[in-house]
Write a protein that binds this ligand. Structure first.
Ligand SMILES: [Zn+2]
Length: 370
């Protein structure tokens, strides 16, 4: 159904495109970041080989519903062929399988991906394109429309940029949790209240029960081995009537399906991928109410679109442009195709790469669930 009044304004789209091109604007940062992410792929390829040799990689049942029958292999990744994605046709979750156990997996995050993730942050910081400088973040505005004040938990807070904005722009009493020790130290510095940034490997989760008016989680659910358990934790941590916001890359987007094994939403660490169907039914099963879901942000450049059609190999979001001039000449076709894709998304024709989900804990919820 075409909804013309929902067509996006050109100015807003232009702003979005410019924001997504942040790293392209500084050519040397762009080159360094691409080289760093190649180093990451190389390191992880070796890690997967080592896991395979030690027989740590194991096929697993659906981590959400436990089904081991109704599973379908979606694809193997091109860059790290030991990585494969499976779809559960019972609950619609897409997950990485075979995979390692929780301890082996958590080690990667604790070490900031052997320092490579930390290096990416340093490059951004040196070029003044780090997250701490982000001044607008749409989900916070959407949250504020629903919940004006109170205790705000950022689950998977990373370097703390969302906490920073939530505190300074909206006056929330902010807390954060992460497991990357380097990121935790940065978040504590940024917020200036180290006690409020918790280490996810070492905290008393019972103490958080009923404590928060808002639980926010931006791009962390997809990194979790057992996401259903965390939905129950979020429920426990919220006060009655509290608001949950989740944002994550989805498995039912246009780009995920169009690019298949090349889509960047299936990057390393994205081990549990939800769709509208899987997340809304999970939230319902766990007692949440007022559930709403929207797809957002179709992320595909002109170059990637054309390469995919021509069957030329590439890595989504890592298309290497060899000169500054090429970046400038690319800007216009890139923004044009993005505007076309966005317009198609806004009229409900295409599903964006990410999902925004809002839900509430029942006002009258009295007892804690398991
Ligand atoms: Zn399942």
């Amino acid at each position: 159904m075409v909804k013309l009044k929902q067509l996006p304004k050109f100015k807003e789209l232009h702003k979005e495109v410019m924001r997504s091109m942040r790293s392209y604007a500084d050519y040397s940062a762009y080159v360094q970041l691409i080289e760093n992410s190649r180093a990451m792929t190389g390191m992880l390829r070796n890690r997967y080989l080592e896991w395979e040799e030690k027989k740590l990689l194991k096929e697993r049942p659906c981590p959400l519903c436990g089904s081991s029958k109704n599973l379908e292999r979606l694809f193997r990744k091109k860059d790290i062929p030991l990585r494969a994605y499976t779809k559960c046709n019972s609950c619609d979750l897409v997950f990485e399988s075979p995979f390692v156990d929780e301890n082996t997996y958590t080690e990667l995050y604790k070490s900031s991906f052997e320092g490579i993730e930390k290096k990416a942050r340093d490059i951004k910081e040196n070029h003044r394109i780090n997250d701490a400088l982000i001044t607008s973040y749409k989900p916070l505005e959407l949250i504020n429309m629903r919940q004006k004040s109170g205790k705000f938990l950022d689950f998977g807070c990373g370097t703390g940029w969302v906490m920073n904005l939530a505190k300074k722009r909206f006056g929330y009493d902010v807390y954060g949790i992460d497991i990357d020790e380097n990121a935790i130290a940065r978040a504590a510095r940024l917020i200036g209240e180290p006690d409020k940034v918790l280490n996810g490997n070492n905290y008393d989760e019972g103490e958080l029960n009923g404590m928060f008016d808002i639980v926010h989680s931006n791009q962390s659910l997809e990194h979790i081995l057992n996401p259903g358990m965390y939905i129950r934790k979020f429920y426990n941590w919220l006060s009655p009537g509290g608001l949950l916001f989740l944002s994550f890359p989805v498995s039912d987007s246009f780009v995920f399906r169009f690019l298949g094994e090349r889509n960047c939403m299936s990057q390393v660490g994205h081990i549990s991928m939800f769709s509208r169907l899987s997340i809304t039914s999970l939230l319902k099963r766990n007692g949440f109410t007022d559930i709403s879901f929207q797809h957002t942000w179709v992320d595909l450049s002109a170059l990637e679109f054309i390469k995919k059609l021509l069957g030329v190999p590439f890595t989504h979001r890592q298309v290497y442009v060899k000169s500054k001039a090429a970046i400038v000449s690319l800007y216009f076709p890139v923004s044009l195709i993005t505007i076309v894709l966005h317009s198609l998304e806004h009229i409900g024709f295409l599903k964006g790469n990410y999902g925004y989900v809002f839900a509430r804990k029942y006002e009258g919820a009295g007892h804690l669930r398991h």
